[in-house]
Design a binder for this molecule. Sequence first.
Ligand code: AMP
Length: 308
Amino acid sequence: MSKLVIVGTVAFDAIETPFGKTDEILGGAATYIGLSASNFHVDSAAVSVVGGDFPQEYLDLLKNRNVNIDGVEIVKDGKTFFWSGKYHNDMNSRDTLATELNVLEHFNPIVPEDYKDSEVVMLGNLHPLVQQGVLDQMTTKPKLAILDTMNFWMDIALDDLLSVIKNVDVITINDEEARQLTGEYSLVVAARKIHDMGPKYVVIKKGEHGALLFHNDNVFYAPALPLEEVFDPTGAGDTFAGGFAGYLAKTGDFSFENMKTAVIYGSTLASFCVEKFGTERMQNLTDKEIYKRLDQFKSLTQFDIELA
Ligand code: AMP
């Protein structure tokens, strides 16, 4: 089993969907990634920053799921990163209403000593210089570095983002962001261009339309499970990334074949995330529930066909 370092935001989110509206609730890329990866029982640590306004009980949620939080700095007189978003009626697209960086503005990540030799590094969504800062602290080169990002960083820190992208093995990105990053509409062409930027593996997330995994000329597609209840897609992308990274860390097999299974785990975990607001559904997820849904996933996608 490999060790896993997770970097990303730990945040307050205010979310509006066609089904309701929340005040400031727990959110952040590292939170969703950590909760998702914790289902694989790997030795993992989160690296992030919060302000003095952040409730300890939120941090304890990660700690109780065995995610080490020694690398989550608390800036006592600072305010926690805040994000607010509103989903359109299709729930597949959203507008960001506010992004307040607050303590993230002057954040220097510190990877706990015991995790500097981790085999897997999951660079969740935040400033690309912070993502690079984490890579720079690793004392042994990780066997797998995965990066997730979003349009916000493409808009304000594109050069830094392109530099860190060069240094990772896998990128997970959504379809619109892949188009923005490459200027290409076709996701196949966009994936090829992203390959050329550095990552050997490109995962393009398409929300309720599933996810694509590209490696050289190979493509694998996993649909998203059709769900009866979708309340809040926030964190689905991060939950996917956490499941993907967690499964790969658990198995220690970073081949394309095994990444296909990692995509299935990522999609399965993301399918739970969207069923309730914020992190609620991810807080007490059980292995039994996950296996049941994996089974549904299998029957959804398996078929026999005779080719003459
Ligand atoms: P997702 O829905 O998977 O794209 O992730 C939503 C989470 O990303 C929310 O919990 C936010 O707190 C967090 N988030 C939103 N904007 C940013 C940003 N610019 N950088 C890092 N995290 C962000």
